[in-house]
Design a protein around this ligand. Structure first.
Ligand code: NDP
Ligand code: BG6
Length: 513
């Protein structure tokens, strides 16, 4: 029952009654959780972390005793932090009853300390402040590293040496990017492990907290009709599509060092692929699921240069409005070759998926915003209705679409008789549109992930061997692209993307959905 015994509770006397399966002390009078947002003055903290913490508080998901500390170099008082945070709490919760009152109560639990990320003394000050609030209870401490990656190690060193809990657990959420390639990622892991056990490290990939990504396993493993079809026998190809209708404005400095392959494919899309393609795990335990994800990642062929198409957006004028080129961003070098769009074809060399192309496509500044998984099924052998379908048989195969965002939905394209006296078929959708089926709003991914980190649930976080396997698929091709200075194709801001993505798909007889 004590799943997380290793995690902090090791250092205290054996758990007593009142410790739940996640190792959490439900005897609230005795324990407290302190959440420190390192980099609290930043964009992610304002946009996502504080609103998610408030939503959890509003829903009654935070423990009775909790404190939130913002920590960053910027000078701010508690009141200024509260003021800053309150402006970002215009989340979905806002519309509901008692929101103002709840917000006030929440803000009273938020404090701020200004300090350097590499100063043990400053973190010792934080430790003292945390202790004041913990008031002698068992203290569990969560640090959320919401800072640029070059600061991760300093912050972890100082937090672990000067501010880790003396009698409860200490956990650290680390934001991406986890390195730029296999070597830098391994170096980051080694450095983190100087100060933390793997069990204390929660590497976040917020796509794993998205409702429809979590639902993938439910869809596959709790519906009889899907799993038998989930293989090369019935599936022609799988497409993982990410598109955004805005560019890298404001994040050009970060983006130019990474590019779309590292920003979206190596993590968000690959994680979805792993969940989609893994074998049935032994159980729903975090380690069983992560073992299966690692297995499938290790069965994949590293990406080859000929299986990649890259592109970058250029300026475009539409309706009198001029949209900027990627390179118009002041933080981006004028000769940058960094891709803002990429398409790639992957193969999984195992019995289930041999020969099935898994195509990924990710791009910024495209014509729409969507993230989808599209599963195209094979043709019906000896189809009796071939003649009634029309000339393009490919268009008449079944397709399952899992729309992760926006307008979350799962729909299946089937062939259907058009009502009437004739015998003409068309393709219609069996459609599960979430907004029509479920009235409750879908929580933000960060809410689920923060709650899981507090409860010690690691299922949705990335283990280090998973990360190694993910990087080994991309590192050789990223090096080759950079060493050979491959010039990206250019596509206009707001377009459907470059033609290269279609050529790549056509090599494998795939048409993008
Ligand atoms: P910011 O650039 O806003 O940085 C956060 C804080 O870190 C800043 O407010 C600043 O605080 C401090 N900081 C920034 N640059 C430096 C520097 N060069 N040296 C020392 N301190 C610095 O980052 P975000 O909030 O956008 O992102 C935080 C983390 O989350 C990053 O790792 C990012 O890659 C990741 N991420 C961000 C997303 C987003 O949407 N923003 C999405 C997904 C991941 P101060 O000066 O007060 O110390
Ligand atoms: C982040 C990327 O991880 O995900 C951003 O760094 C991207 O470039 C973002 O915009 C997309 O997240 P979401 O949840 O808005 O789809």
């Amino acid at each position: 029952p004590f799943k997380n015994l290793k995690d902090g509770f090791l250092s205290v006397t054996p758990p007593e009654e009142g410790i739940d399966a996640a190792g959490f002390n439900i005897n609230e009078g005795k324990s407290t959780v302190s959440i420190t947002v390192v980099g609290a003055s930043g964009d992610l903290a304002k946009k996502k972390i504080f609103p998610a913490l408030f939503a959890l508080y509003y829903e009654g998901c935070l423990p009775e005793h909790f404190t939130i500390f913002g920590y960053a170099r910027s000078k701010m008082t508690d009141a200024e932090l509260r003021n800053m945070v309150s402006r970002t709490l215009t989340c979905r919760i806002d519309k509901r009853e008692n929101c103002d009152e709840k917000m006030e109560q929440f803000l009273k639990r938020c404090f701020y300390l200004s300090g350097q990320y590499d100063s043990q003394e400053n973190f010792a000050d934080l430790d003292r402040k945390l202790k004041e609030h913990e008031a002698g209870r068992v203290s569990n401490r969560l640090f959320y590293l919401s800072v640029p990656p070059n600061i991760f190690i300093d912050a972890v060193r100082c937090a672990s040496l000067s501010a880790s809990s003396a009698n409860g657990w200490t956990r650290v959420i680390v934001e991406k990017p986890f390195g730029r390639d296999s070597d830098s990622s391994a170096a980051l892991t080694r450095a983190l492990k100087q100060y933390l056990d793997e069990d204390q490290i929660f590497r976040i990939d917020h796509y794993l907290g998205k409702e429809l990504v979590e639902n993938l396993s439910v869809l596959r493993f709790s519906n009889l009709i899907f799993e038998p079809l989930w293989s090369r026998q019935y599936i022609r190809n799988v497409q993982l599509i990410f598109s955004e209708d805005f560019g890298t404005e404001g994040r050009g400095g970060y983006f130019d060092n990474y590019g779309i392959i590292r920003d979206i494919m190596q993590n968000h899309l690959l994680q979805i692929l792993a969940l989609f393609a893994m074998e049935t795990p032994v159980s729903l335990d975090a380690e069983d699921i992560r073992n299966e994800k690692v297995k499938v990642l290790r069965s994949m062929r590293p990406l080859q240069l000929e299986d990649v198409a890259i592109a970058q957006y250029k300026s475009h004028t539409r309706g009198g409005v001029t949209y900027p080129a990627y390179k118009d961003d002041k933080a981006v070098p004028k000769d940058s070759l960094t891709p803002t769009f990429a398409a790639a074809a992957f193969f999984i060399d195992n019995a289930r998926w041999d020969g099935v192309p898994f195509l990924m496509k990710a791009g910024k500044a495209l014509h729409n915003r969507r993230t989808e998984i599209r599963v195209q099924f094979r043709h019906v052998p000896g189809n009796l209705y071939k003649r009634n379908i029309g000339t393009d048989l490919d268009l008449a195969t079944n397709e399952l679409v899992i729309r992760v965002q926006p307008d979350e939905a799962i729909y299946l394209k089937i062939n259907n008789k058009v009502p009437g006296l004739g015998m003409r078929l068309d393709r219609s959708n069996l459609n599960l549109l979430y907004s029509a089926r479920y009235s409750k709003e879908i929580p933000d991914a960060y809410e689920r992930l923060l709650l899981d980190a507090i409860e010690g649930e690691r299922r949705l976080f990335i283990r280090s061997d998973e990360l190694d396997a993910a990087w080994s698929l991309f590192t050789p091709v990223l090096k080759e692209l950079e060493e050979k200075k491959i010039v990206p194709e250019y596509y206009p801001y707001g377009s459907r993307g470059p033609v290269g993505a279609h050529y790549l798909a056509a090599r494998y007889k795939v048409r993008w959905g």
